[in-house]
Write a protein that binds this ligand. Sequence first.
Ligand SMILES: CC(C)(COP(=O)(O)OP(=O)(O)OC[C@H]1O[C@@H](n2cnc3c(N)ncnc32)[C@H](O)[C@@H]1OP(=O)(O)O)[C@@H](O)C(=O)NCCC(=O)NCCS
Length: 173
Amino acid sequence: MRVSIRLSRKSDIRQYTKLLQRTYQDAYTSEKLGLTKDCFSMKVFSTPDTQKYLKSSLIINKKQKTWLAFIGKKLVGSITMTESGKEFELRGFYVSPQHQGKGIGKQLWILAKDFAKRKDIILDIYAHNKRTISMYKKWGFVIDRKKGVFYRHWPEWPEGLKAKCIYMCLNRK
Ligand SMILES: CC(C)(COP(=O)(O)OP(=O)(O)OC[C@H]1O[C@@H](n2cnc3c(N)ncnc32)[C@H](O)[C@@H]1OP(=O)(O)O)[C@@H](O)C(=O)NCCC(=O)NCCS
C-alpha cells in the first residue's frame, strides 16, 4: 500500500467532501445520542454552508495548510492546521474507515505538527469520540477543562438534537 501525500487544491473538493462524509458517518453515528446516519448524509454535506466551510479548508496560505493522503488516485486522508493568534488549530483530520489504523493518520499528523512550529495546538472533538480522544492523549494532548464544553447542532439535524463537544490542547512551551 503506497501512500502519497501532497497539499490540497481547490479541485479536490469532490473527493474531500466524500472522504469527510463517509468518515463522519462511520465515526460519529451514535444510536444512544440519536445521531443517525442521516445526520451525516451526502445531502447534509452538500448544502451551500457546508460546502463553503469545506472549500475554506482546502485553501493554502501562510496561516493554513491542508495535507491530503492518496492511495493511487483515491483520497484516503486529510488534516488541516490553521494559525489562530498565538496558537494553531487542528481540524479536518480524517482517514477513511477502511484505511484507519495503518499509520496514515500519524504521517499526516507529523507534517501538520511541524507546520505549527513550537506553538500550542488546540482542537475540539465530539465527547463520544472516545477512541480518538485516547489517541490524542497518547500524543500529549490534555482536555482543556477551563474552556468547558459546548453542544454542536447542525441546521439539518432534527430540532433539539445536539452533540456534546470538548476542547483539547497540546501545550508545547
Ligand atoms: C483519528 C484518525 C484521523 C487517525 O488516523 P489513522 O490513520 O487511523 O491513525 P494511525 O493508524 O496513524 O494511528 C495513530 C495512532 O492511533 C493509534 N490507533 C490506531 N487505531 C487505533 C485503535 N483502533 N484503537 C486505539 N488506538 C489506535 C495507533 O496505534 C497510533 O498510535 P501511535 O501514535 O502511538 O503510533 C482516524 O482514525 C479517523 O479518521 N478517525 C475518525 C474520525 C476522527 O475521530 N477524526 C478526528 C476528529 S477531531
